[in-house]
Design a protein around this ligand. Structure first.
Ligand code: ZN
Length: 452
């Protein structure tokens, strides 16, 4: 026995910016060999992937698995991740009771332990009603939270999630800066949001018109300008969650070129859906902030391909059917995306819209670096053997009934994709085959090193 557990042969392996025809060897859950195709590693198991692409497993830094909740939960949420080629998930804290102290964080960690099919960690929440200036932020970082989250506007939802007061906001940013961890922020200006909600009511708007006009782009661009100032003032690594406008992406890119530690995240939803498509599909395709014009969506693709989207995530957030069936302004926003994100992005590569490099950079490498997960997001020797084998010549149609997720709908329902994750491995263990989870549950809680 050579001691090598697994040899993946016949693949085009994405290693540090190049697709290389090499054999990938896995020993004790790590990438131990990248060798010329002819060389045998004498491994316990050999897997010939027949010329397919082997990419680093995706690192999804924005999911709402909602441990213990019937809308998803750890079992099906991490099964959806595995099926979609996502090998690390970081869970958002905002569902009741929101994760604002170490005790709650540990409770959720316990729900992942032994059940998770992929590696994981969890955000800490910073919210005015709970833990600004209480010491909980430092405590959550000490417990292992790799990042924090807050909301600038409640979006018509409950208050316990937000920080509205500028003094509280400054304190929160200072406290997060002290931890050295990044701060994800839902960037919609609260005062404008309240104003536009009032105007929509005064004008008697209903349906999708009411929803779309209640949160126009000025909410986001104003909030992003404030976040740039806060990041510059406090030195906090700041990530604009699910950016929706090309203008906001440009503001972030220009600020970072000036040395401000701010980054922009978006999700496949904003690249795939716009106002016209939302109106056609209806409330199952409704998320917040709202999608924008078709022209903006085209501009987002240009920015994505041009390197102005720093990090991709799914914002995977299934809802009950009755939550999606309400009037648009009251709909439970959010949707499953873990099983469609990588197929969506790689199908776009097939269409010539962007490159594999952009996909790996935004959906594996950068999120891993921002979170301080040094052995994630790449396949260099020594990295965790987290990878996804992708068939880039597989035509298939999205059918939510086939999802591992509990969600019964998708904004991409009925779409035809040309790329499909066919095998997913977490630290050398096979967690999904042909978009169906296996019985393996190797998921571990990740400890962050220093952030980017
Ligand atoms: Zn979210």
């Amino acid at each position: 026995m050579s001691g090598v557990d697994l040899a993946v042969t016949g693949g085009r392996v994405y290693v540090h910016g190049n697709c290389r025809a090499v054999t990938l060897g896995v020993t004790d859950g790590r990438v131990s060999h990248l060798v010329e195709p002819g060389r045998s590693l004498d491994a316990d198991r050999e897997l010939d992937v027949g010329g397919k692409l082997v990419l680093p497993g995706c690192v999804d830094a924005h999911v709402h698995v909602r441990p213990g909740d019937d809308r998803e939960g750890v079992d099906t949420g991490t099964a959806a991740a595995a099926a979609g080629g996502v090998t690390t998930v970081v869970d958002m804290p905002n569902f009741p009771p929101t994760v604002t102290d170490r005790e709650r964080w540990n409770e959720n960690a316990a729900l992942y332990d032994g059940t998770a099919r992929v590696d994981y960690s969890m955000f800490g929440h910073v919210a005015a009603a709970h833990n600004v200036g209480t010491g909980d932020v430092a405590d959550l970082a000490a417990a292992g939270a790799p990042a924090f989250k807050t909301f600038l506007s409640a979006g018509g939802g409950p208050d316990p999630y937000v920080i509205r007061d500028k003094g509280d906001l400054l304190t929160a940013f200072e406290e997060v800066a002290e931890t050295g961890r990044p701060f994800w922020v839902h960037a919609e200006d609260d005062e404008y949001h309240v104003e536009y909600l009032e105007r929509v009511a005064e004008r008697g708007l209903t349906g999708m018109d009411a929803f779309l006009e209640s949160a126009p782009p000025i909410l986001e661009t104003t909030a992003v300008r404030d976040l740039i100032d806060l990041a510059a003032e406090t030195g906090t690594t700041t990530v604009v969650a699910h950016t929706t406008t090309a203008e906001a992406l440009d503001l972030v890119a220009e600020a970072r070129a000036d040395g401000v530690p701010i980054y922009a995240e978006t999700t496949p939803y904003y690249l795939g859906i716009d106002e016209e498509r939302l109106r056609e599909i209806g409330t199952t395709a409704l998320g917040t902030p709202p999608v924008r014009s078709p022209e903006n969506r085209a501009a987002l693709w240009e920015r994505f391909d041009g390197g102005r989207v720093d990090t991709m995530a799914t914002d995977h957030a299934p809802r009950f059917d009755e939550e999606k069936a309400r009037d648009p302004i009251d709909v439970g926003p959010g949707m499953p995306q873990l099983e469609t994100a990588l197929p969506f992005l790689l199908s776009a590569v097939g269409e010539g819209k962007t490159t594999v490099d952009r996909v790996v950079e935004t959906y594996a490498e950068r999120p891993a670096r921002l979170l301080g997960f040094e052995r994630k997001g790449h396949l260099g020797v020594g990295a965790d053997a987290d990878f996804v084998v992708v068939d880039t010549d597989a035509e298939w149609t999205v059918d939510p009934e086939q999802f591992e997720s509990r969600a019964t709908y998708s904004p991409f329902d009925g779409w035809t994709f040309t790329a499909r994750p066919v095998r997913t491995f977490v630290r050398g263990q096979e967690v999904a085959v042909d978009m169906a989870a296996t019985d393996a549950r190797p998921g571990r809680l990740l400890a962050p090193a220093a952030s980017e």
